[in-house]
Design a protein around this ligand. Structure first.
Ligand SMILES: [Fe+2]
Ligand SMILES: [Fe+2]
Length: 203
């Protein structure tokens, strides 16, 4: 621990010293200052506790990363996976889009509003997590429509076309999958929530 860290008081159970006050909630610059304070290290137990949401989110996101990679690798190699028929490949892709859509809907409806009360990253009006969702959704809808058309025989499946439906939103998707997990990490969550508050919003 550095001298500067040692001088910082440990937050209490009910009142993290940098938890934004009612006034700070209305003043983003104050909130940013609060969040940028130097914090003392968490005990391993508290780190596990405060990091639990990030760990769960990362697990869920790993499923999306793997699903994306299966489609993307096929585009890059020009070959579908040998163990899957075209129909299975299309179903897998469609399932990926449906699950990602449902995941974002649940986040925006139930999860982000609880976080946004204290964390600017999740604000519904201009928070970066919601802004990234919007960009992802546009690309996701196009990919989903194409895969559905292929499954229904309304369009011929081509890996070249699949790639064109994935490429425009690839960067923001991967950025989002990483940044959301990072924002939920213990070092960030402990700045905004007491342990009691965190227990109530835990997923
Ligand atoms: Fe997520
Ligand atoms: Fe998300």
């Amino acid at each position: 621990m550095t001298g500067a860290e040692a001088e910082v008081n440990q937050p209490t159970e009910e009142q993290p010293s940098a938890a934004p006050s009612a006034a700070a909630k209305q003043q983003p610059s104050d909130q940013t200052e609060e969040a940028e304070k130097v914090w003392p290290p968490l005990s391993p137990e508290d780190h596990r506790f405060y990091n639990s949401m990030s760990a769960k989110m990362d697990q869920i996101h790993n499923y999306f990363r793997a699903s994306w990679n299966e489609l993307w690798n096929a585009c890059q190699s020009g070959k579908r996976p040998r163990h899957k028929s075209l129909n299975e490949f299309l179903s897998g892709g469609l399932q990926f889009t449906e699950h990602l859509e449902a995941h974002h809907n649940i986040e925006e409806r139930f999860f982000f509003p609880m976080l946004a009360a204290k964390m600017p990253e999740f604000r519904p009006d201009n928070g970066p997590m919601v802004e990234q969702h919007k960009v992802i959704h546009t690309g996701l809808a196009e990919l989903q429509a194409y895969l559905r058309d292929c499954k229904r025989g309304k369009a011929d499946f081509e890996l070249r076309v699949l790639k064109s439906k994935m490429e425009p939103w690839a960067e923001v998707l991967w950025q989002h999958l990483d940044e959301e997990v990072k924002n939920l990490r213990a070092d960030n969550m402990r700045k905004y929530f007491t342990k009691a508050e965190f227990s109530r919003i835990m997923i």
